[in-house]
Design a protein around this ligand. Sequence first.
Ligand SMILES: *[C@@H]1O[C@H](CO)[C@@H](O)[C@H](O)[C@H]1NC(C)=O
Ligand SMILES: *[C@@H]1O[C@H](CO)[C@@H](O)[C@H](O)[C@H]1NC(C)=O
Ligand SMILES: *[C@@H]1O[C@H](CO)[C@@H](O)[C@H](O)[C@H]1NC(C)=O
Ligand SMILES: *[C@@H]1O[C@H](CO)[C@@H](O)[C@H](O)[C@H]1NC(C)=O
Ligand SMILES: [Zn+2]
Length: 435
Amino acid sequence: MSSRRIGSSTFSVLLPGSTRCLLLLSGLCHVISGGTDRDRVHDLMSRYPLIDGHNDLALKLRIHHNNRLSQVDLHKLNKVTTDVSRLRSGHVKAQMFAAYVLCGSQQKDAVRLTLEQIDVVRRMCTEYQDFELVTSVQGLRSSMMNKDKIACLLSIEGGHSIDSSLPTLRMFYQLGVRSMTLTHNCNTPWAESSSDLYAVFQRKNESLTHFGKAVVQEMNRLGIIVDLSHTSWETAFSVLNISRAPVIFSHSSSYSICEHTRNVPDWLLRELKKNQGIIMVNFYSKFISCQKEANVSHVADHFDHIRELIGAESIGIGGDYEGAQTFPHGLEDVSKYPALIQELLWRNWTEDELADVLQRNFIRVFEEVERVSKELGHTQTSEVEIPLKEVQNPCRLVLEPPKQREVTTLKNPFSRAQSRKPVLLILAVALLVST
Ligand SMILES: *[C@@H]1O[C@H](CO)[C@@H](O)[C@H](O)[C@H]1NC(C)=O
Ligand SMILES: *[C@@H]1O[C@H](CO)[C@@H](O)[C@H](O)[C@H]1NC(C)=O
Ligand SMILES: *[C@@H]1O[C@H](CO)[C@@H](O)[C@H](O)[C@H]1NC(C)=O
Ligand SMILES: *[C@@H]1O[C@H](CO)[C@@H](O)[C@H](O)[C@H]1NC(C)=O
Ligand SMILES: [Zn+2]
């Protein structure tokens, strides 16, 4: 009794001083541990800098500057959350830049607009010494070893960009495109979107048509990563059933944590794991907390959940900067990725797991996509065409021999060529006979 009283009185006497001392110590501790934590994140991200799966800077360049690169300095941009200097402070060493054109361009000039967005990304990544456009794993690796460069990967966001044409897909590959989401917020004639914002090409129960399957197969053969962000879950499931290569969700989060149809439900994540693909977590507040506001903890909850379900080897990061309106407190722009890594370290993620998330998982998928492509490379180029009735619209010209009236007036160069055919034939026969 007495000793306890003494103890408590001793305690009360000492309280003010010890509190001060504790505060001082904890303050010091905080400074020291804060410093060490920050150093630890910095050190980790220097060794394993980030490859981010999705950024819409190209869209912002069109909206704000009509793609006139000469008007801006990409080192420092005001109206946006992405620029070279912030990419560097965020330890972003490779960025997938999306060529995205609005769904409203479907059945209009989506292909031209996509070419223009590809052009602006290519210009950005070749006219600036800070960037380097890469189109292979080898290129990506060597660019990431060069401390001066940020590697650019080129993706297409929305299958409407190929206007239901495999030759168009192949030409995009030639321009450096290495990933494509099968849809954006609109269905295409061959795949279904997670959104019902647009009423076009309503699907009944065929979420990936025969032609849609051919698109996936041709992407596998070419070595274009199939990106399932924005597709409906059914479409994603059909793709996972047929893709020969691992796929990605380049910017999607967990439906269990935030019930938005743009996010991925657990059953589909388990299918993704079978495919050895990855989900690159999107930071958009609306997909993170299902509310206007979110913070780093909410984002980390997605990572924790997905890790628990399918393992850290299935996760990446696809911030969706420039593609979304609001970002979580603490992750406002591309310089802030270290805050997330710090939070995950605090939650006991190992450095090995974080290295996977930051870059190794994506590299593994890309490598596998290249391997499958090599394996399939000698199989035939696909000549599958979409049935005409599925794409009929006023902007689609069907090449056919000119009508009789046009032939006789000879106004149309095509008909003139037709009319010369007999002459050419006679010449050819004459040549053959003479040799
Ligand atoms: C759905 O598919 C089944 C065959 O699997 C077919 O019989 C049915 O007509 C289809 N329904 C619609 C609405 O397209
Ligand atoms: C998966 O693909 C196979 C053909 O490769 C097909 O027979 C099967 O119906 C598909 N399953 C689903 C659930 O789509
Ligand atoms: C994030 O917000 C939640 C409340 O929604 C709060 O409990 C949590 O402490 C916040 N985390 C950070 C890192 O601010
Ligand atoms: C992290 O691990 C330590 C030691 O194993 C443990 O004490 C702590 O509770 C863990 N923290 C979290 C957030 O799991
Ligand atoms: Zn998107």
